[in-house]
Design a protein. Structure first.
Length: 399
């Protein structure tokens, strides 16, 4: 089985611990870092743990056995699925300063055939944990990052050898660079430049036009564009949480969605007055329908764009982390159905009342599902003064 060199894994760990966490600054001595790592990624876990020690941090390891999720849905009844260990999870939130989560799949179809209602019920039952975590993050007291470790299963699913799949990760994360962190800082500086221009445009709405797509995304006031903060490695995207109530039109997605241990292909959505009113898929239709039936999952929580000049990812990877950052010929557009990012609010989010989030169009849900398209598209911004400006064309920002 192919495993990257020790030097590559050490560079990977260095990026995650000393750059991605802390919003590009890395961890501080004495801070607690939760390492959530599947069994398949054990070689990376070892170097991550050492990197945390070297940085003066305190690692706490959650080592997740492979093929461990299916039994829960096969044998747990509704009461067990709804069980929420509040004291344990509250203590975990209080203890941790940072979280590194690694994606490494041993079976991409582990949950195939599981009743989607059970999966959605479990998402709802764990929502308080995510609320607590987001609250601490919004106070600036918690950072996290998400990365990927390749397995044979992941590579085979998209028609690559394990070495080829790893090459895409190595390329996408700048692991061939002598000093990868310096390269990431350069990329994030360029992302910051574009974000600053977008935030200065006073955009009322965006119109996305492509083959099989004509969609209005309402931007409105009280929000800012995000990106370049280390939450994902790799991360080239520039995104915003729009006013969900203004979403109108239709959109088709070129890339399959791997979610809930299954796959959904050729997704098409139609929106009216901010809600999904029609949804179609050539495969996995019931999973899509059940997800959309979840409270808040019929509304947009995020709109995102990736510029192909930044992204080194050129192949479909079958994993949202990489696919939502794909460059290729036309970059990519993705929207997320479900929860919004409250750090898209330009002020102090901790002082916003719960009822005011909905008034501003920040969606609330127990799910956040990114769906991706890499087809060529043109995006026009309409400003509050009525002016139309081209902001994205042929996979690149035009600003």
């Amino acid at each position: 089985m192919y495993i990257p060199s020790q030097k590559v894994l050490e560079k990977y760990a260095d990026i995650l611990v000393n750059f991605a966490l802390g919003g590009g600054k890395g961890i501080k001595k004495g801070e607690v870092v939760f390492l959530q790592v599947p069994e398949a990624a054990k070689p990376l876990l070892k170097v991550l743990r050492i990197a945390v020690f070297k940085a003066g941090g305190n690692p706490i390891t959650n080592y997740i056995p492979d093929n461990f999720s299916r039994d829960f849905f096969d044998y747990a009844d509704d009461k067990q699925i709804n069980f929420f260990p509040a004291k344990y999870l509250k203590g975990k939130i209080e203890e941790m300063d940072h979280v590194i989560s690694i994606i490494a799949e041993a079976d991409k179809y582990e949950l195939k055939g599981v009743d989607p209602k059970k999966i959605m019920l479990n998402s709802l039952s764990t929502k308080p944990y995510m609320d607590w975590r987001n609250e601490k993050e919004n106070k600036g007291k918690l950072t996290w990052t998400l990365a990927m470790y390749a397995t044979n299963v992941m590579a085979k699913e998209v028609g690559m050898s394990l070495k080829e799949y790893w090459e895409e990760i190595i390329k996408g994360c700048y692991l061939k660079e002598k000093k990868p962190i310096n390269k990431w800082r350069q990329t994030f500086a360029e992302i910051e430049r574009i974000k600053t221009k977008l935030n200065g445009l006073d955009i009322q709405k965006l119109r996305i036009q492509a083959r099989d797509t004509d969609l209005i995304i309402g931007i409105d006031k009280n929000r800012k564009w995000l990106g370049g903060d280390g939450r994902n490695i790799p991360s080239y995207e520039i995104f915003i949480s729009p006013d969900y109530s203004q979403t109108e039109g239709f959109i088709s997605f070129s890339e399959p969605l791997y979610k809930y241990g299954d796959v959904v292909k050729n997704i098409k959505l139609r929106f009216k007055n901010g809600n999904v009113i029609e949804s179609e898929a050539s495969e996995g239709r019931e999973i899509l329908k059940e997800m959309i039936r979840t409270k808040g999952a019929d509304k947009v929580g995020e709109f995102s764009l990736t510029d192909n000049r930044f992204s080194k990812i050129t192949k479909f990877m079958g994993e949202t982390l990489f696919d939502e950052n794909m460059g290729g010929k036309y970059g990519n557009t993705h929207i997320a159905l479900g929860s919004a990012y409250k750090d898209s609010y330009p002020g102090n989010s901790t002082k916003v009342k719960k009822e005011d989030w909905d008034k501003m169009g920040y969606n609330e849900s127990s799910v956040h599902t990114d769906i991706i398209s890499t087809t060529n598209r043109t995006i026009i911004a309409t400003l509050f003064n009525g002016q139309d400006i081209l902001v994205y064309k042929n996979g690149q920002f035009t600003l």
